[in-house]
Design a protein around this ligand. Structure first.
Ligand code: NCD
Length: 317
């Protein structure tokens, strides 16, 4: 399928770059892939002759594999770095230099790295499009697009929604990006549920309030659950805690189970970027409200659309 329309960005580093028109373009194409796939088409020639580099300096299952699966479905090629262990970064090479060099080996890059702003450093001198697959606790824009696509597919709208986000809002890179994207649409309300220690960062809250985003904070889920259209659950991001005692203090405060959901809305959907550890009882997995495996499934179509739309982006410095 030819990507006729143009996105407003050439690198995708932050959800701030994404506007409603971009979302429509990406979702239209993702939906075409999804429909054709479900009617039996297994592969498309849309990235033939293109090489994707996936550079992962942090663990990943879904992000890396769904990007790689997406590129295979588009008949493109992949070069890959897992955990950065086999690269010259181990010898001290800078991300800026890597960014310069990878444009000679590939046509588009996805990078995940534990340091905040790493994707910006990599992209600084990269003449080919760079996608941020997660920079520390900062941003993960393609996860947010996948989340939004899941909401569109299951709720059939992106407005007039009450969204509860529960768990480690401080260290999550998916929550803030998702709030920003959903607040492009009218009348969405956010209930942020977390222990005080892992609330959304003050700087983020201030930006949201300045943009008149409707956010309410609480540490209690029981009184909120029955009003929600969406419950977005976040894993306690263990790798971002200074020590185990701090992690143990906040982990396990919430556990989503059938008892908690007994009076929730009939059409509530439960989302999670995965991996889920113990914040969702496995008894929920078979509940029709659980959409997290669907979320992981549609990630491939969203990423196929992005790769196709971004592959020829001319980077503007
Ligand atoms: C998320 C991430 O890596 O930020 N996972 C993902 O990309 N599917 C969420 C998480 O690790 O908890």
């Amino acid at each position: 399928m030819t990507a006729e329309q143009k996105l407003s960005f050439s690198h995708l580093l932050s959800s701030n770059q994404i506007n409603k028109e971009d979302i429509d373009i990406i979702f239209d194409l993702a939906q075409q892939y999804q429909q054709q796939f479900s009617s039996g088409t297994r592969s498309f020639n849309d990235c033939q002759d293109y090489i994707l580099a996936t550079l992962f300096f942090e663990p990943s299952t879904r992000t890396r594999f769904s990007f790689e699966s997406a590129m295979h479905r588009l008949n493109g090629k992949i070069i890959s770095l897992e955990q950065g262990l086999s690269s010259s970064v181990k010898k001290g090479e800078s991300l800026e230099d890597m960014g310069r060099v990878f444009s000679k080996y590939s046509d588009i890059v996805v990078i995940r790295h534990p340091e905040m702003s790493s994707a910006w450093r990599f992209a600084k001198y990269s003449p080919i499009p760079v996608i941020n697959g997660g920079d520390g606790a900062n941003e993960h824009p393609t996860q947010s697009l996948t989340d939004l696509y899941t909401i569109k597919q299951t709720k059939n709208k992106l407005y007039n929604l009450t969204i509860g986000i529960v768990g480690d809002l401080k260290n999550s890179r998916t929550a803030y990006s998702l709030i920003k994207l959903l607040s492009l649409y009218p009348n969405n309300k956010f209930i942020l549920i977390s222990p005080q220690e892992i609330q959304l960062k003050e700087s983020h809250k201030e930006k949201l309030r300045n943009n008149n985003v409707d956010i309410v904070e609480t540490d209690e889920i029981e009184s909120q659950i029955n009003n929600l259209d969406i419950l977005y659950v976040i894993r306690t991001q263990k790798e971002r805690f200074d020590n185990k005692a701090e992690y143990d203090k906040v982990n396990g405060k919430y556990r989503i189970n059938n008892e908690l959901l007994k009076n929730s809305k009939e059409d509530l959907i439960i989302m999670h970027a995965l991996p889920k550890i113990d914040e969702i009882d496995p008894e929920i997995d078979d509940n029709k409200k659980a959409k997290y495996f669907f979320q992981a499934e549609v990630a491939v179509f969203v990423r196929m659309a992005l790769l196709n739309l971004m592959k020829d982006s001319k980077v503007r410095f």
